[in-house]
Design a protein around this ligand. Structure first.
Ligand SMILES: CC(C)(COP(=O)(O)OP(=O)(O)OC[C@H]1O[C@@H](n2cnc3c(N)ncnc32)[C@H](O)[C@@H]1OP(=O)(O)O)[C@@H](O)C(=O)NCCC(=O)NCCS
Length: 169
């Protein structure tokens, strides 16, 4: 059995009510709305379970999406085909319960989401994330994500770069 303190699995019927990441909007989404998104095939939701207490320690959501070619930086656009939309995997929300923050779980959830995007048989150019504030922007930048436009809180990481990053570990 794995010695990692968390296991990551698909959200099913687990009780989500105790989850608290410190951000009311993200908590409300996870407590009440995420199951509808999952049911309607608008998102998949993965959760990290604390193996010692069987408690939900973190979650993230994934969906297919696209961004307009013009939203990407010019030096990137130069190397892409001229289709108006660029296929991406959309990492909609990611959060860690306050009790577990600062223990590398956010980074592990992000790595898990990127790994699933790399392994998918459905092509995507990049993983795109919506950061809700500057703190979240700096979290994603820490892992090599780049802003779509100068003022944007939407960031992207090309899958090719993510694969290279893995190779350098
Ligand atoms: C942002 C959040 C997901 C980080 O999760 P976490 O488990 O506390 O972070 P980790 O312990 O995995 O940190 C991993 C690395 O990211 C760095 N990091 C964490 N938060 C960071 C931030 N805001 N800015 C820059 N770097 C950050 C850590 O220093 C660590 O670096 P290292 O691996 O080089 O030592 C978590 O604090 C959270 O859920 N916050 C509330 C919700 C939120 O803001 N979600 C963001 C998406 S909208």
């Amino acid at each position: 059995m794995s010695k990692a303190p968390f296991r990551i699995e698909l959200l099913q019927k687990q009780d989500r009510s105790a989850f608290d990441c410190g951000e009311p909007e993200l908590n409300a989404y996870f407590h009440t709305r995420v199951s509808q998104d999952v049911r309607r095939n608008y998102a998949t939701c993965f959760i990290a379970i604390d193996k010692t207490g069987d408690r939900i320690a973190g979650f993230y959501t994934l969906a297919m999406g696209s961004v307009s070619l013009g939203e990407l930086p010019e030096d990137v656009v130069k190397r892409l085909p001229r289709y108006p939309q660029v296929p991406v995997v959309h990492l909609g929300r990611l959060a860690v319960d306050q009790k577990y923050q600062g223990q590398k779980l956010g980074g592990s959830l992000l790595a898990d989401a990127i790994a699933r995007s790399i392994e998918s048989e459905i092509a995507a150019y990049a993983v795109v994330v919506d950061a809700k504030d500057e703190n979240a922007v700096s979290f994603y930048e820490h892992f090599g994500f780049l802003p779509l436009s100068r003022s944007s809180k939407t960031l992207f990481l090309p899958i090719s770069k993510a694969i290279k990053n893995l190779g350098n570990k």
